[in-house]
Design a protein around this ligand. Sequence first.
Ligand code: ARG
Length: 582
Amino acid sequence: MLQGDVGVELGRRVAAALHAALGVEITPAEAVIRPSAREGVDYQCNVAMSLAKKLEKAPREVAQAVVEHLDAADLVEAPEIAGPGFVNLVLRREWLQEQAAGLLGDERMGVGTAEVARRVAIDLSSPNVAKEMHVGHLRSSIIGDALVRLLRFAGHEVIPHNHLGDWGTPFGMLIEHLVDEGWSADGTTADHSIGDLNGFYVAARKKFDADPEFVDRARLRVVALQGGDEDTLSLWRQLVDESTRHFEKVYAMLGIGLGPDDVYGESFYNPYLAETVAELEDKGLTEVSDGAVCVFPPGFANREGDRLPLIVRKRDGGYNYATTDFATIRYWVRDRGVTDLLYVVGTPQSQHFKMVFAASRQAGWLTDQHAEHIGFGSILGEDGKTIRSREGGTLKLVDLLTEAVDHAAAVIAERTAFDAEEQAALARIVGIGAVKYADLSNDRERDYVFTWAKMLAKEGNTSVYLQYANARIRSILRNAGDVPEPGARVVLTEPAERALLVKLIGFPAAIEATLESYAPHKLSTYLFETATTFTGFYENCPILKPDTTPEARESRLVLARLTSRVLTLGLSLLGIEAPERL
Ligand code: ARG
């Protein structure tokens, strides 16, 4: 758990009060401390409602016990009971002011580091060789990268791995097609670029469907590939390298730090597949069905009630997607000692992962490790259907990202006077940020509609809005000339000042909530609320006007500085840059 969250601290105090008053043991989370929507109340404690029944007492009686025994006078004003037994908590002004002073010297804005660091393997991006990355891979890359950043910030050891689809039967047909196209094993082929990866795949497929002679060649090629034939492996490597160059171009455009060292493609697990299946067999977990070796994890059946299989070795002796996923779990747990396995993969694969996890528990490959499929929905076009290119074909990610930067350039050119080089840099930051933020600000499990206008709007919950808000604050700080030093004091007089500070100290709680359910949209919602709260503050509390007292000016500059820090840090944890000027 992260420290620094006042809600958690209040939970601890309430738990202690209940222990003192009634001898009950609860965790801080069970104290149910929630931010309150009521005017003038910061937090509400709902523990009386949840405990009353268990204790066979009236909720108000439990609430009374909390109020009488609560030892939190350093944090909150004397608590009051409201309604059937809610305890209203109001943070003390002096305490809030001290927090602000403390945060000024804390680059982490109150977020502690995990008491117990976990070692997390996270499967992200994972596109397929000889195919264009599609929007599903875009979402996986963006969400996965944000989670890597957030988990690292929280103090965990994170190992991203790119489960590249670089092995299996399709490679027979792909390699034969390469040969037909004049590629050679010694790599001396003149032109090595597969300009249009999808086109390449489609052409190979077409031949495969039409030409039995090609099918035979493709079959033999798979055997040669699996048998380790040098020439075949060399052709395969060229194909993988060509695709990897394409993927790395997309990662570079996105500013995602996935590189060659992070690639643990399906081929990586190839040497382990036979022993993986043998282990399943030894443990008595397999059944032969129709000539194929299958596992049937308990609890998975179709509508007719038939048990669902995971095929681990096909009739022809070949291995499957599921076999590789078993080998993957075995590798990361056994050889790399991870405590957590996260998979950022589209929701349609949810059943696959449930079954793989269940069978891995049976096999003893997963014991006390936490394995979770972090699913996500699709990106839809404005017509509500899966997003396509303007010509109606599959959308190429490179095109989408280039278009985002072009749109952003138009937005920026409208209102600022930067030189061409700065404009180009800003267009990239704003355009790519907008694509990422549109993705991360939506509940990942839902589909969302992709609209240029909405995504690049200067008002509303967009990265552009947050980037402008931050740049405006930076400009205020520059104009003030005396950016507040550590030790500068905050003195709260106006409600808008207090509201802003209460929001700012909520940063650790926002990070915690985000990580708890791997839900970046919770952080984005928090950042948006912070920026709008700042706007309310700035309208009511002038900073640089002549009649602002020096004391108020210093205090408000501290609040502005902290706001900018929260926005910059928060955006960076989502993988989005916040420029100094915009
Ligand atoms: N390559 C797969 C696809 O494009 C995703 C792989 C996800 N990771 C895994 N371990 N199965 O659908």
